[in-house]
Write a protein that binds this ligand. Structure first.
Ligand code: NAD
Length: 274
């Protein structure tokens, strides 16, 4: 070969999840739903786990038309017995889980002096208890299968930054980074990777609900909540999309080695820069 010839560019390869089983929590809506669709497009069998079984079933039925196996599971991620039963159901119908996306989440906004203890605990339970219970169940199956696997936690820019009115949410999203790092260390010997995706604002039902609530709490218009609160620090004034986040999830899920573990990826139009 001519020593001065440029290194040949490798043809781009399509990320594949063929033969994998992926369980996505909170997949009846928003980010989780889009991640499940994109994983199915990449060849994975997908489990739609959500509180809302009818919506989970509708999502699973629509995704099944792509030619992969799907399963809808009623799962309250804060309930230990429900999580373990849901994973047992998956094991029985599709085999061990290879990919977990711990995504189910809620938002409650209020200034700290008005936050009720009940709402604090409710939010932490969905994000942190849910993250722990689903990852424990997934890790058990990944170790038993001998195949290892990949865990993805749905963090947020609020895993890195604070915003007013969001004490438990910011606390929980920071906490998920710690959980992912511990699992990255403990999981390595079993070929288990754990990472976090940190989206900026995405117009899902979770955010649509927050716009009028924040407008009321802050005494500003809904348009100003979008412009001066949600998108103020982005580089282009744009919302992040469900597709942006799903592509990040696909990259983590399909990554072939432990080179990418214990990491967080911020997908936020530059709102937060590492
Ligand atoms: P969403 O409201 O559209 O979907 C959340 C889903 O979680 C719903 O289907 C809901 O039924 C389910 N869910 C809620 N509590 C549950 C529980 N206890 N057990 C099982 N399922 C439960 O919201 P989304 O915007 O798609 O949010 C998904 C995740 O992304 C959340 O963890 C959220 O914090 C995170 N996130 C969202 C944004 C955003 O701007 N939308 C930004 C950063 C991070």
């Amino acid at each position: 070969m001519n020593a001065t010839a440029p290194t040949p560019v490798r043809a781009s390869t399509t990320l594949s999840l063929k033969g994998k089983t992926a369980l996505v929590t909170g997949a009846a809506s928003g980010l989780g739903k889009r991640i499940a669709e994109v994983f199915a497009d990449a060849g994975a069998n997908v489990v739609i786990a959500d509180l809302r079984l009818a919506d989970a079933q509708a999502t699973a039925d629509a995704i099944a038309k792509k030619g992969v196996k799907t399963l809808a599971v009623a799962m309250n991620v804060t309930d230990e017995a429900a999580v373990d039963a849901g994973f047992a159901q998956v094991q029985q119908s599709l085999g061990a889980v290879d990919i977990l996306v711990s995504n189910a989440g809620i938002q409650i906004v209020a200034p700290i002096q008005d936050f009720t203890f009940a709402n604090w605990k409710k939010l932490l339970a969905v994000h942190l208890d849910g993250g722990f219970l689903t990852s424990r169940a997934a890790v058990r199956q990944m170790i038993a299968s001998g195949r290892g696997g990949c865990l993805i936690f749905m963090g947020s820019v609020h895993s890195k930054e604070a915003s007013r009115l969001k004490a438990p949410y910011v606390t929980a999203k920071h906490g998920l980074e710690g959980l992912a790092k511990v699992i990255a260390k403990e999981g390595a010997e079993h070929n288990i990777r754990a990472n976090v995706i940190c989206p900026g604002f995405v117009r899902t039902p979770l955010v649509e609900k927050q716009i009028p609530e924040q407008a009321q709490e802050l005494g500003i218009s809904e348009a100003d909540v979008v412009k001066t609160v949600m998108l103020k620090d982005t580089v282009d004034g744009e919302f992040t999309t469900v597709d942006d986040v799903a592509q990040a999830a696909l990259t983590f899920a399909a990554w072939p080695s432990n080179a990418l573990t214990g990491q967080s990826l911020v997908v936020s139009h530059g709102w937060f820069m590492q």
